[in-house]
Design a protein. Sequence first.
Lengths: 451, 343
Amino acid sequence: MSLIRKPFNRRSILRAGALGGTALAMPTVFSSRAWSQGYLNEPTGSTVTLGFNVPQTGPYADEGADELRAYQLAVKHLNGEGDGGMLSTFSSKALKGNGILGKKVEYVTGDTQTKSDAARASAKSMIEKDGAIMITGGSSSGVAVAVQALCQEAGVIFMAGLTHSNDTTGKDKKANGFRHFFNSYMSGAALAPVLKNAYGEDRKAYHLTADYNWGYTTEQAVRESTEALGWETVETVKTPLAATDFSAYITPVLQSDADVLVLNHYGGNMVNSLTNAVQFGLRDKQVNGKNFEIIVPLYSRLMAKGAGENVKGIFGSTNWHWSLQDEGSKAFVKSFGQEYGFPPSQAAHTTYVQALLYADACERAGTFNPCGVVEALEGFEFDGLGNGKTLYRAEDHQCFKDVLVVKGKENPSSAFDLLEIVEVTPAAQVTYPPDHPQFAGGALGTCNPGA
Amino acid sequence: MDAILLQILNGLDKGSAYALIALGLTLIFGTLGVVNFAHGALFMIGAFCAVTLSRLLSLSFVTIDETQTDFLGNPLKVETPYVEAWFGPETGAAIIDWSVPLAILFSIPIMALVGLFMERGLIKYFYKRPHADQILVTFGLAIVLQEIIKYFFGANPIPTPAPDAFAGSLDFGAMIGMDPNVIIYPYWRIVYFLFAAGIIGAVFAFLQFTTFGMVVRAGMADRQTVGLLGINIDKRFTFMFALAAVVAGLAGVMYAPINSPNYHMGMDFLVLSFVVVVVGGMGSLPGAVLAGFLLGILESFASMAQVVALLPGINQIIIYLVAIVILLTRPRGLMGRKGVMES
C-alpha cells in the first residue's frame, strides 16, 4: 500500500533541517564593556545586585524553580523581611537583616537551560549588563564548571548550586568558586558502611552510568568505596544521557552474576532507569542466594517523586532533607513552608545557604571585593545552617559537613514524605585530603577581582 | 541465545512505539503531503491524557485530621478521592488503578480534536508551501505544545503506573524450558506490543476494507479524478490527519506506564520515528511498521555491553547509520515506491 501523492525532494528537508539547526544552536552574543576600576561591579548606590543563574527551562526546570524560591526567600531575609529564616540560627552573627554592608539586596535572574553555553551567556549578561557582583545557582556539574570558569575570568564570586561531580572542587576548582553541596566521593564514603551493614561484604555490583562527567566521578567513587568493603564490580556500562528507555541496559543485568545494581543516574535518567529496573522484576530476583538490590547514589526528593513507588526501600545519599530536626533546618522548613506551602528540596536548601554564606562573608570582610570575600570564606567554620558543623576548606573551596544516607520510604504520609534518613554520616568520615586521586589535577589559582 | 532473545523482546516494545508514530507520520505525508514534525508532540499529548485522567480520577476533598500534624505542625489535611467516596473505597481505588486503560477512551475524542484543530487551524495553510516551511512550522508547533504541557504539568517526569493486575513480569525463559529468572519480560510491555499490533491491524483494515478507506486510497493515487467524481477528498484527508493524531495519542497513552511521561518525550521519539519513515519508505505504511520493529530491535542489540565494548558509541548512532546506508543504496527506503526520494 503506497500512499505517495507527489515526489519528495530530500534536499528540501535537509536544507530545512540545517536552517532550523543553525537557528536553534545560535549562541547568544553579548556586547562587552570595559571592566570598571577597583573591583568589578563595585556597588556605588544604595543597592547591591546578585545574579541567580538557575535552570528555568529544560529538564531541571522544577529544581531551578525551587532554587529561585529559596533565593527569593534569602533576599527577603537578608533585607530584614519575613521571619528571618536561618539568620537566627546561623552561628555567625554578622548579618543584621539590613541588606549586605547596609545596601539593600536586589537580584536578577538568568536561565541556564542546563546547557553550559546558555548558562555562561546568561551569567555573562548578568555580570556585564546588570552589574551582578556574585553569580550563584545551577543544577548540573557541567554548568557549574563552565560558569565557575567564567566567573573566575570575569572577576566575580561564584557560589555553586546543585553540583555533585568531584571535578567542581577537584580538577576544575577555581579561586573565585565555592561549593556548599556535597560530592561524589562523599556519597561513596557515606553509603559504603551502610551498604555493608544492610547487604553484607560479599556482593557483586553492576554499574549503569550516565555517560558524562558527573556519572564517571560518581561511578568511580561508589566503585572504589564498595570495593574497599570487599564487593566485586562485575560490569560498568555507560548509558547515553539522552536515553529514555533503559530496558536494553537492564536486561543484561539479569544475565550477569550481579546481585546489586548501582544506578549512577540523575534526574530523568534516574527516574526512567529505576522504573525500568523495577518493571523487569530485578527487585523480586534472588541471585547467589541473596535478594537483588538497587542503589541510587544521589537522591533528590524531586526525582523520588518522579519515580513514584519504585523508590521504596532503595538506598541513596542526599545533602540535606527537610525532616532534619536541628534548629537551622526547622527554621528554614518553617519559613519556606509558610511562604510556599510545601517543604523545600535539597536544591533549595543549598542555594539558600550559599546566598547567606556569601552575604555573611561580605559583612565579615567589610567589602564586596571578591578577594576579600574569598579570604573570609576560606577556612570558615560555621553551624546552624542545617548540616551541623561545617568547614569551607581553604585548599579547594569545598564544604565539609555531615552527609545523609537515605532510603525510599515504605509508607509515605504525604507527597513530600518520600525519603527517610537512615544515617547521618559524620563529616570526618567523608573528609579526604586535598590531593586525593579522585580530585587530582587543576589548581585553585588566585582570586580575581576583575579590575 | 537467551541474550539475543531478550534483545529481540526489548526491541519489540520500542519498535511498537516507533511503528505507531511512524505509521501516523507516513499516513499524513501520504495523504496531505505534509512532513509533520509535530507528530512526536501528539504522542506526548497522548501520554498526558493518561496523566490528566489519572489526576481527574484522583480529585479529592479535604478533611482535617486533628490527631496528626503536617510538616509545619498544623493539623493534617487528609485527601480522599471523590470516586472512593462515591463508589466505596475498593471500587474507587480500582477505578483510579485502571486510569491508564480508561484513558484510551478518554484520549480518542481529545486527540481527534487536537488533530482537527492542528490541521484546520495551521497546517492547511502550508499545503502549497515548500517542505522546508512545513517542517519549520510543525517543529515550532511541537515546541509550543511541549511548553504548554510543561507550564501545566512541570518539567519532572510524572509516574503513571499500569493497573496492579499488570504489575510484575513474565518469566519467559522458564516458559520455554530455559533457566528461570533469566528472560524476564514485564507484563505491561507485552500488553503494549499486542495493543500496537491491534491498532496497526485496525488502520490497515480500515484503509483496505472500507469504502471510506478505498476513497482515501483512490484520492492518494489521483486526487483530481476523485475530485471530479464529486467526492470531497479534502474532508477525508482531514479525517485521516485526525486518525493519525489518534494513533499517535494512543501510542502515548499506553506508553505512560513504561516511562513516566515528561514534556520532552515526544521529541525523543520524533527524530527516530522520522528516520523510521525514511528507512521504511516515505508514504509506505507496511514500510513504516517493518522499519519500526526492525530499528527498535537493532537499537536494542546495539545497546548490549559486548557490542558497545567492540564499537564504542554504536548504541547512539546505529539508527542513523542504517538510515545513511539505506539512503545511499536505496533512497526510496525498504518498501518505498520507485522514484520517491530518488529525484
